[in-house]
Write a protein that binds this ligand. Structure first.
Ligand code: PLP
Length: 357
């Protein structure tokens, strides 16, 4: 009998666990930080005029039209812009390109759970540093001559908190010999002082990532962006061309361009979500919740009298899906995506019902 020794060589990986994708009617889905509103009507126009025969052709390998539109919108050169299939793929490409040292890369203990998944998969040595008691990231904890790289989400998930542009500058000043990745997935929902994109002109070891999944309502199209010096973006393009020949598809490129070119719609959607966020935040505080100051399209909350897990389970029974993490330090917190005003008032009603049980 074979001892199945090949089992010793299997990849050892704990998969990333995404928010549930429940099916059915009358479900309120507030568990994956998806946008409450549809993408720009200009995206609709692209779909309406799309000719299926165009699908016969391969897409532009380097997604030039989209990179051009993103560069223009941000006052940058096309050489500063990399796009790929969702920012998860952007991060994977950056990890492969830049995290090849024996020295550990560093990231906060409470952060986006994709970073450890990629470290494990790519065998990148890594070290976590605790966020402060108030859940803000401690800049000093990220200082280090010995770092193989640094990655953090800002605004952070699931805490919803933002760190200032000066915080990012501080981290960069103390990490001149490695690449620093600032995952700015949620920056469009944040106060102005949190955006650190302009720092790529000052620091040639900084990569800033964005996505179309949250603020641009296009999670299903899989579009992510990295910004950096022409040199760093050149390395990312080389990695993408060599290990991953999965270019962004034609429809994502075209709809992505349409989204980027409709600034007015984009701003109006952001404004609505931020207004709902502030309103819901105030209501939840009235119910006794502690609500962290969100710079994102979700809230991170805890209640001194009611267990987060019990609230999560009650809402789930009522068809309202939010996110609960059974993880150290945050196992009495809930992450709630900002939906429409109507969805949020239904959620608040159910929370009240739970509390009055
Ligand atoms: C949602 C999210 C991403 C990934 O988004 P994509 O859909 O892969 O573009 C990356 N980082 C953080 C912090 C996120 O919350």
């Amino acid at each position: 009998m074979s001892k199945q020794l090949w089992r010793n060589n299997l990849i050892n990986i704990t998969p990333y666990v995404a928010g549930e994708q429940p099916k059915g009617d009358n479900i309120i889905k507030l568990n994956a930080n998806e946008n409450a509103y549809p993408p720009s009507p200009k995206v609709r126009q692209i779909l309406d005029s799309y000719k299926p025969e165009d699908m016969r052709r391969y897409p532009s390998a380097d997604a030039l039209p989209l990179r051009e539109a993103i560069a223009q919108r941000n006052g940058l050169s096309i050489d500063n812009v990399f796009v790929s299939n969702g920012s998860d793929d952007v991060l994977a490409t950056a990890f492969r390109a830049f995290f090849n040292s024996e020295r550990p890369i560093v990231y906060p203990d409470i952060t986006y759970s994709f970073y450890p998944v990629w470290c494990e998969l790519l065998k990148i040595p890594n070290r976590t540093v605790p966020v402060k008691d108030d859940f803000h990231i401690d800049a000093q904890s990220l200082y280090g001559e010995g770092n193989g790289g640094v990655v953090f989400a800002n605004p952070n998930a699931p805490t919803s908190l933002g760190e200032s542009r000066e915080f990012v500058k501080d981290v960069l000043e103390h990490n001149k010999d490695c690449i620093v990745i600032a995952d700015q997935t949620y920056v469009d929902f944040a106060d102005k002082g949190i955006d650190c994109l302009d720092l790529i002109n000052e620091y040639d070891n900084l990569i800033v990532t964005h996505t179309f999944s949250k603020s641009r309502s296009m999670a299903g199209m899989r579009l992510g962006v990295a910004f950096g010096s022409a040199e760093l973006i050149g390395y990312m393009l080389a990695v993408k061309d060599s290990y991953n020949s999965y270019p962004v598809n034609r429809l994502s490129i075209e709809t992505g361009v349409a989204s980027v070119q409709d600034e007015e719609y984009f701003q109006s959607t952001l404004k609505k979500i931020v207004a709902t966020r502030e309103n819901v935040s105030a209501q939840m505080k009235q119910l006794g919740f502690e609500v962290l100051k969100s710079q994102t399209n979700f809230l991170f909350v805890t209640h001194p009298q009611f267990a987060a897990k019990a609230i999560f389970e009650y809402l789930r029974e009522k068809g309202i899906y939010i996110r609960y993490f059974n993880k150290p330090r945050i196992d009495n917190y809930l992450r709630i995506t900002i939906g429409t005003d109507e969805e949020m008032s239904q959620m608040i009603e159910q929370i009240k019902a739970f509390m009055n049980k």
